[in-house]
Design a protein around this ligand. Structure first.
Ligand code: UD1
Length: 359
């Protein structure tokens, strides 16, 4: 073994989770390499996050890119296998629930390289979500399970994960938010977008909301009705651009559709929003910490702590249900409670465990 630990990231939500872990690992003297699979590759979906989060340039970019689930996962596996065979790391650290996470866990495990999974144990119990399949497989193959939220401990226990593998460490995505929250510049992004009064922020990119034209039409109908009462800004993920445009999102007078934003601009925009409507997992967590009402356009969540402790309400994507539920939620004052260990120090806790196995 080379003794180096390889952190593998691939898509937008991975970067905010990996930044504090990689920084803490390097600070604690663990030999660490960063590999980007290239699952996300646009400047706005990838590079800008490295710049803004002060992350080191990846030691290697595998340039895998997009494709169907089978093709993308297969391409990721081939590229990652080549990398692991040449680097021979002592451990592979994977993040979240994307296809890069699954591919890296599968390849490392078959090469008998220990796998550490950051954000283990989350379950939506909805196997129609590709991420749920990725979570289950990754956790079952991992040797170290870093858990962000107490429900993760319960889920892993129910599935029979050995207790010695499981470490409750808190949430590294929230480390990143806490690190940057005091330097956000909401005034600047609001003035660039011409937002002088109340507004909401919307993100949608889940296959269940944007791949099927009928679902995209339901989302656009929800936005049409909500935007009659409050201006909405939609930084649009490339996945939904086609179907949502066909469904008429660009023609809604109260909706401002913009390109994806960098981390700092996006969090600045969210920090002064009256409401956020989303199908993202990470944004459910970030709005909980910021105390911004969050309306989740899904029927389930793998992050129920954002409902029990935070500002999150699940409304699905049926306009007849979602719109009244969204209004009720917006009007209800919520006083969020900080989930345990979402204290800005998860990266250090993870690195301390990784240090023990690097000795
Ligand atoms: C992926 C993750 C999802 C995560 C999301 C965050 C999986 C299964 N899904 O979904 O869990 O919430 O990232 O954004 O891994 N595209 C671009 N530029 C890019 C990247 C993608 O235009 O830089 C377009 C391509 O048309 C691509 C599509 O977006 O086919 C989907 O990208 P992909 O990485 O397959 O999945 P996401 O929907 O982004």
């Amino acid at each position: 073994m080379s003794g180096e630990q390889l952190h593998i990231v691939g898509a937008r939500p991975n970067f905010m989770k990996a930044a504090p872990v990689v920084a803490a690992a390097r600070e604690q003297g663990i030999p660490t390499q960063l590999v980007h699979t290239g699952q996300h590759y646009d400047q706005a979906m990838s590079h800008i996050f490295f710049e803004q989060l002060g992350m080191p340039e990846p030691d290697l970019n595998l340039g895998v890119g997009s494709g169907s689930h089978a093709k993308q996962t297969a391409d990721l596996m081939v590229a990652i296998e080549k990398t692991l065979l040449s680097c021979n790391p002592s451990c592979v650290v994977v993040y979240g629930d994307i296809n890069s996470t699954l591919a890296a866990a599968l390849v490392a495990s078959k090469l008998h390289i220990p796998v550490a999974h950051v954000e283990a144990g989350l379950r939506s119990f909805d196997r129609t979500m590709p991420e749920e399949v990725n979570r289950i497989v990754t956790d079952s193959l991992s040797d170290l399970l870093f858990v962000t939220s107490p429900e993760g401990l319960v889920n892993l226990g129910t599935e029979g994960a050995a207790a010695f593998k499981v470490h409750f460490v808190g949430n590294p995505m929230i480390d990143t938010l806490k690190r940057f929250v005091s330097v956000l510049e909401p005034g600047q992004i609001r003035s660039e977008l011409g937002l002088s009064s109340e507004y909401g922020v919307v993100t949608v990119h889940r296959p269940s909301n944007v791949d099927d034209p009928a679902a995209a039409e339901r989302i656009v109908e929800i936005l049409r009705q909500v935007s009659d009462r409050i201006r909405l800004v939609v930084p649009l993920h490339p996945r939904g651009r086609g179907t949502l445009t066909d469904a008429g999102i660009m023609d809604l007078p109260g909706v401002l559709v913009i390109d994806p934003l960098g981390y700092l601009e996006f969090m600045a925009l969210v920090s002064q929003a009256s409401v956020v409507m989303t199908d993202s997992g990470g944004i459910q967590e970030e709005t909980t910490v910021l105390g911004i009402p969050c309306i989740t356009l899904r029927d389930n969540t793998e992050r129920p702590i954002t409902v029990s402790h935070g500002t999150n309400v699940l409304v699905g994507n049926n306009p007849q249900v979602a719109i009244p539920a969204a209004w009720a939620a917006i009007q209800k004052k919520v006083d969020p409670q900080e989930p345990p260990l979402w204290d800005g120090h998860a990266g250090e806790r993870i690195a301390s465990v990784l240090l023990q196995i690097s000795i």
